[in-house]
Design a protein around this ligand. Sequence first.
Ligand SMILES: [Zn+2]
Length: 99
Amino acid sequence: MINSEKAFVQNQIIGLIVSNMVNVDFWEILLRCPKCGIENEATLGQLKRGESIQCIACATKISLQDENGRVAKVTRQVQDVMESLEKTVEKIGGSLKLK
Ligand SMILES: [Zn+2]
């Protein structure tokens, strides 16, 4: 690709479409039930808040623990990156579109 074509493509950006997963707290995690081994789903938000879920197969209560707040720290970093991406897109005249 020649340089002028590259510049043309870059100038066509008018927005950024992201999924409704822009809030990392809604990202899902899979975890195995310690009792029956079935995979269960929870969100990073639930994990950060230390909530409990019930196994979908055997109803065992599984308590989610964010050991030393490590997940909270990393999700904060990811959230910062998403927000900075949003600001960058706005600077070049676009907008962040939530899908
Ligand atoms: Zn289970």
